[in-house]
Design a protein. Structure first.
Length: 384
């Protein structure tokens, strides 16, 4: 990065920190793996990945937790990367962990677990990773709540050996969804583990009438259940969420999710259901570097005066985008339906004057050799 660009980046980074302070003490660690390159299920898995990425950003924004992202798709979806993430994960006692996998799954006749082995983009059964093993590893973390989800088949595979499971449009957040998300993710401790089908079953995907992949039946049922409770302001327990998800999945594709729950309510001195206005929530992959999407979210943050946001507009365009005409697509909460298409120049100008924006979700992107956007797809989260 050239010297002037570096100075501008430092300025924008300081802007992001100013807009996003105070930093939240609680973190939401989102670990997402999706086998998006598979010739049979890759398109569906990509849709699942986008759907879940938007949802975890919504949860983080609603609960005022700092989002730390560990996202692996395409050729990054591998057993090696999963082992690395789980071995190097660092959490605090009030944190929440969400693990999600979309891709092929299987099991051995000798497996004792109710849950499948994840193939993680590999055809070598020695590289398959048990979903329950993820939970066992996460239970060693001090984090308060662990959610482990796998949208994959649980059918028996030839030659698969048993594995060892033991280890050491815009989203608008109003009072109702904030309270529901806080109740589920901030006021509970323990774990939830679930996969899309029970022993011997295959998991199915849903498509639109024109053949467009919508995502896994289990993933869509889970998201619809969460969003239904949230939009209606209905008090929900994790048992109710998973029970409704199982029923909805079976109704649309005739396979039955299996789950286990060990949850207890967090003492009121550690968490509260009292409604608070959501704040702009930083996204982080665990490193110290401020991401470009975080800087853009800061430009749209009303904690800073419009005059300040407008002044850094040109610097943001030069540092973050390949050109002012770079294509920016704004998508709905499903991560794929395009609701607006803008140039980078128009997009950043709109951010400078927007109201009630609390977060941006980077759904897709392409970059040049200098790390600047040549294409950007985002979802926007606002407070009501």
């Amino acid at each position: 990065m050239k010297n002037n660009q570096f100075k501008n980046y430092l300025l924008l980074t300081m802007l992001a920190f100013c807009a996003l302070l105070p930093v939240k003490s609680q973190s939401l660690h989102a670990i997402l793996f999706a086998d998006t390159q598979d010739s049979k299920v890759g398109k569906c898995d990509l849709q699942d990945f986008n759907n879940i990425a938007v949802e975890v950003s919504t949860i983080a924004s609603a609960t005022n937790m700092q989002l730390k992202r560990y996202y692996y798709k395409d050729n990054q979806c591998s057993s090696r990367n999963l082992s690395y993430v789980l071995s190097n994960l660092k959490t605090e006692k009030d944190d929440v962990i969400i693990f999600y996998y979309s891709g092929h799954g299987t099991r051995s006749q000798g497996d004792v677990s109710e849950f499948p082995q994840m193939c993680l983009g590999s055809h070598d059964q020695s590289a398959f990773y048990p979903l329950e093993k993820v939970l066992r590893q996460l239970l060693d973390q001090p984090a308060r709540l662990k959610i482990v989800l796998g949208d994959c088949c649980n059918s028996y595979g030839y030659g698969v050996s048993p594995k060892n499971y033991q280890t050491s449009s815009k989203t608008v957040l109003s009072k109702n969804p904030v309270s529901v998300y806080c109740n589920l993710f901030k006021n509970n401790q323990g774990f939830v583990i679930s996969s899309g089908s029970q022993k011997g079953e295959m998991s199915a995907a849903l498509t639109s009438l024109d053949g467009r992949p919508l995502g896994g039946a289990f993933t869509l049922s889970l998201l619809c259940t969460l969003q239904q409770f949230a939009s209606n302001g209905m008090s929900a327990t994790w048992e109710e969420v998973m029970s409704n998800t199982r029923k909805s999945t079976f109704e649309c594709r005739k396979h039955t999710p299996v789950y286990a729950i060990d949850i207890k309510e967090t003492p009121t001195n550690n968490a509260s259901t009292t409604y608070q206005e959501p704040q702009n929530t930083a996204q982080d992959d665990g490193s110290d570097e401020v991401e470009k999407i975080t800087i853009l979210a800061a430009i749209g943050n009303e904690n800073l005066p419009i005059e300040t946001r407008v002044k850094v507009r040109e610097k943001a365009l030069k540092v973050l985008f390949n050109s002012p005409g770079t294509k920016v697509e704004v998508v709905a909460s499903n991560g794929s339906t395009i609701v607006a298409t803008e140039t980078a120049s128009d997009f950043v100008l709109r951010l400078c004057t927007t109201h009630n924006l609390i977060n941006l979700v980077e759904v897709d992107k392409s970059e040049d050799s200098s790390g600047r956007y040549t294409y950007l797809k985002v979802h926007e989260i606002y407070k009501k």
